[in-house]
Ligand binder design. Structure first.
Ligand SMILES: *[C@@H]1O[C@H](CO)[C@@H](O)[C@H](O)[C@H]1NC(C)=O
Ligand SMILES: *[C@@H]1O[C@H](CO)[C@@H](O)[C@H](O)[C@H]1NC(C)=O
Length: 415
């Protein structure tokens, strides 16, 4: 097989033609075709489906270069095919020890960008990193760390793994570029492993100076991550003394809102906004589309008194807002409830586990005093009628309130 007509393949193929064509390929030819598509950035879905289908028909184990190149190509093309990803992770695992650190880091990043978490493989990558700590470059190790954070994966050898990471990182931070260092500290925050020196490093005025003036999308994403890191510092690092991000950087927050207005609302977002008033009350009782100082957005916010009756939300202080309209403290027994939607890409592609980002949002908002009524796409969009959606939201809020009472009772009995 050296005469694969790769450059001639085009997306003009019908699914049938693609299937027929792909049928003749051996695994190595399949590899070369997929790789060629990736290098040319041609996301030709019928062909990728046909190639995947035939790949899955090959009974023998796939050769290692086929595994690594396919994984790389699928991630470049953002093509998620669960059976193929399952097979790739399964067959890669026994070979992991023979891969170079660069290859292992690249595999980790590819799986993470496809939102694919295979726990056994991720465990093997953690073990590989421990066994090869001296051979991994700092960027390769960071690639693995960032991948784990994206997938919200905690290795079972967590203590050993992170002490190795801290040891390797120590004193090397200056080697990393601004965005990568932001990603690394953000990842440590996701995995609850950030230490005060990391927080200090990226929350310092000198570090912000490095980002200022950069208007690239990457820089915007880094600013948002810095807000999350600042939130970690204030909500999850009790001993941390500062520095913190000055409130002025939220000036960029107006841009965040403008960007969001320009984006089209998703079906989940629209459905939720329509059903919220029926579930929680009118405009006095709800604050919609809230951008918090923690860098997380809430779909709606309400304050409920001890009888679970909504109160006028704008009357009260709101430490989660850049400037709060209200001045009254919450009455005794009142609770803040945040309605939070989880879209499809916020879950791992295998199932219903939130990725690292969402799980940090959840933690931070709880630590900031919210009870969460979480609305995953797969539950809400199933409900077609407005009244079902309203009932669903009411139930979510009631459950959030009940869980809080249960929590109180647990602490009461503990003391
Ligand atoms: C960062 O946290 C500090 C300490 O809680 C807070 O005063 C500051 O306003 C926060 N910065 C931003 C941009 O929210
Ligand atoms: C919240 O944002 C969504 C999406 O941008 C929009 O459709 C909706 O009208 C907003 N709700 C309010 C009350 O501003």
């Amino acid at each position: 097989g050296s005469s694969v007509p790769v450059p001639c393949l085009s997306c003009a193929l019908s699914p049938w033609q693609a299937l027929e064509l792909a049928e003749q390929f051996d695994p190595d030819e399949l590899r070369r075709v997929v790789l060629a598509l990736a290098l040319q950035q041609r996301r030709c879905v019928p062909l990728l489906r046909a190639l995947s289908y035939h790949l899955l028909q090959k009974p023998a184990e796939l050769p290692l270069p086929v595994l690594t190149d396919l994984l790389f190509a699928y991630s470049k093309l953002s093509f998620q095919q669960p059976q193929v990803l399952h097979r790739l992770s399964l067959e890669l695992q026994p070979h992991l020890g023979t891969l170079s650190p660069a290859q292992v880091s690249r595999c980790a990043r590819s799986f993470a960008s496809l939102r694919w978490l295979s726990r056994p493989l991720a465990e093997a990558i953690a073990q590989y990193s421990l066994d090869n700590a001296q051979k991994l470059s700092i960027t390769q190790l960071c690639g693995i760390l960032v991948s784990f954070a994206r997938l919200n994966f905690q290795p079972s050898s967590s203590e050993e793994f992170f002490s190795m990471v801290h040891e390797q990182l120590q004193g090397q931070e200056q080697q990393l570029d601004t965005h990568l260092l932001t990603d690394v500290v953000w990842s440590l925050c996701v995995l609850q492993q950030a230490r005060p020196p990391h927080l200090r490093q990226v929350l310092s005025p000198e570090f912000q100076a490095r980002l200022r003036g950069d208007t690239s999308p990457r820089a915007q994403s880094s600013w948002l991550k810095l807000l999350h890191i600042n939130a970690t510092a204030r909500l999850e690092a009790p001993g941390y003394q500062g520095p913190f991000l000055p409130p002025e950087v939220l000036g960029g927050d107006g841009d965040r809102d403008k960007d969001k207005e320009r984006e089209k609302a998703t079906p989940l977002q629209r459905g939720l906004q329509e059903a919220l008033p029926g579930a929680l009350g009118g405009p006095d009782l709800l604050r919609h589309n809230v951008s918090t100082v923690y860098g997380w957005d809430i779909d709606a916010e309400a304050v409920l008194d001890s009888d679970n009756k909504p109160l006028p939300v704008r009357d009260f202080t709101a430490p989660h807002l850049p400037c709060s309209e209200g001045t009254k403290p919450l009455p005794p027994g009142a609770r803040r409830v945040a309605v939070l939607r989880w879209e499809f890409p916020q879950f791992s592609s295998r199932g219903r586990e939130l990725l690292g980002r969402g799980s940090m949002a959840r933690r931070h908002l709880r630590a900031a005093g919210f009870l969460l009524a979480e609305v995953p796409h797969y539950e809400f969009l199933e409900l077609k009628l407005e009244r079902q959606r309203v009932a669903y939201l009411k139930d979510k809020v009631a459950k959030a309130l009940a869980s809080d009472t249960a929590g109180d009772m647990a602490t009461d009995t503990a003391t």
